[in-house]
Ligand binder design. Structure first.
Ligand SMILES: Nc1ncnc2c1ncn2[C@@H]1O[C@H](COP(=O)(O)OP(=O)(O)OP(=O)(O)O)[C@@H](O)[C@H]1O
Ligand SMILES: [Mg+2]
Length: 374
């Protein structure tokens, strides 16, 4: 076995031996191994440490027995970490999956507040940091319709500040939507696809009708040999933010039930048909109940983030696959920590970057392209 450590002295040698022994015992105990039949009986083949760098961060490279994948180690990381005396493991695949590099995490990366750093004007948008401290980011072109839920003061708005201020920097994105609270979309200049405040509730219906016509126009404009519309500066991705959507519906129901019905219909059409036309809906609610937002509508939102909610059942409204223990634990999540579901990504906990409102207003104010959107 080849081992290396950064400061070779006797104490380090003891630590290396401890980790290698603990790794073997942990894998054996957690069943992270392959059972192989040999002439002398069944033998346990463990992922073998081939390289070790003492940290922090301590990293071990292991060779995986045939049939074992890096994600098998990842799946068992909760059971492996305590044996190794660490909080968690970050696992990366190497050598086409024949090896895994395992980093021993000393503390919960989600415990620390992560200040928002303005990102580049192109490339993926940062959603947050996951339990292994890795950035979770998504290209705006791949954004699914999104549902964001959380009780009051759970971190929905702060998440949106970071999210929208990144989108605002781009000339191929236009921020639209309905914001009854008036705070979230207020920093943006006027736009015919945007309603800020509910002084004139008719505007909500008119604006969403306008977005639906834009969607229809775009669908007709999809080239004959394509099934989606390409977005770019001339045809920006429209991100339609529906801030506290159930609250908006309640207000409209009280004011003009017929108009509210139309609003529900427009939102349903946008969710069902607009993604191929370069329009994304981001719906924010304290609780994404099917009776209020519609179950077919909720099903169309493949991107889901739940900040702290009141009950485990509320967690399951958006993440039916969440284990019961995680759902219960999440009812006590600190502000800014969300459960995230994205297409092609298993359920994970993330911490949203922290951007105060003043920073958000400043970032949007400095963004050039959105200024010309009206
Ligand atoms: N990512 C974060 N990191 C650290 N602290 C956060 C984060 N997000 C939110 N907080 C803290 O929680 C407070 C409430 O957050 P926020 O205003 O986003 O909640 P909200 O879910 O939008 O609540 P409401 O439903 O009342 O609008 C913030 O003022 C901030 O102190
Ligand atoms: Mg809020």
């Amino acid at each position: 076995m080849f081992r290396r450590w950064t400061r070779p002295d006797a104490a380090d040698q003891v630590e290396v031996d401890r980790i290698v022994t603990a790794w073997g015992n942990a894998c054996s105990g957690a069943g992270v191994c392959r059972m192989v039949q040999t002439v002398s009986g069944t033998t346990e083949v463990l992922p073998k440490v081939t390289y070790l760098v003492l940290g922090p961060p301590t990293r071990i490279t292991v060779k995986l027995p045939t049939g074992l994948l890096p994600r098998d180690i990842e799946a068992a990381s909760d059971r492996l970490a305590p044996h190794l005396g660490c909080y968690g493991l970050r696992v990366e695949s190497r050598g086409l999956g024949a090896f895994a590099v395992v980093e021993l995490l000393r503390s919960d990366p989600l415990a620390e507040i992560i200040p928002f750093r303005p990102g580049p004007m192109t490339g993926p948008i940062l959603i947050g940091h996951d339990e292994t401290g890795q950035e979770v980011a998504i290209d705006p072109g791949d954004l699914p319709h999104m549902a964001i839920q959380g009780s009051t003061r759970s971190g929905k708005s702060v998440f949106c500040y970071g999210f929208l201020s990144q989108l605002a920097q781009r000339d191929d994105v236009r921020i639209a939507g309905v914001d009854a609270s008036g705070l979230l979309l207020r920093p943006f200049p006027n736009d015919r696809f945007r309603v800020v405040g509910l002084k004139n509730p008719i505007q909500v219906e008119q604006t969403l009708a306008g977005l639906v016509s834009e969607m229809d126009r775009r669908i007709t404009a999809i080239p004959f040999d394509r099934d989606t519309l390409e977005t770019g500066p001339d045809n920006p991705l429209i991100v339609c933010v529906l801030e506290e959507y159930p609250g908006t519906l309640r207000a409209l129901d009280a004011f003009d039930p017929k108009g509210a019905k139309k609003v529900r219909l427009y939102v349903a059409r946008l969710l069902a048909e607009s993604r191929k036309a370069g329009i994304v809906v981001v719906m924010i609610a304290q609780r994404c109940e099917a009776q209020i937002i519609g179950s077919a509508e909720r099903a169309q939102m493949a991107g889901r983030i739940s900040f702290r909610v009141d009950t485990a059942d509320s967690v399951k409204l958006l993440h039916p696959d969440a284990p019961d223990s995680l759902a219960v634990e999440h009812t006590n999540a600190p502000p800014g920590i969300g459960l995230l579901t994205l297409p092609g990504r298993s359920l994970s906990r993330v911490r949203a970057p922290f951007l105060p409102y003043a920073g958000y207003v400043k970032a949007v104010g400095q963004a050039g392209p959105q200024r010309d959107a009206a």
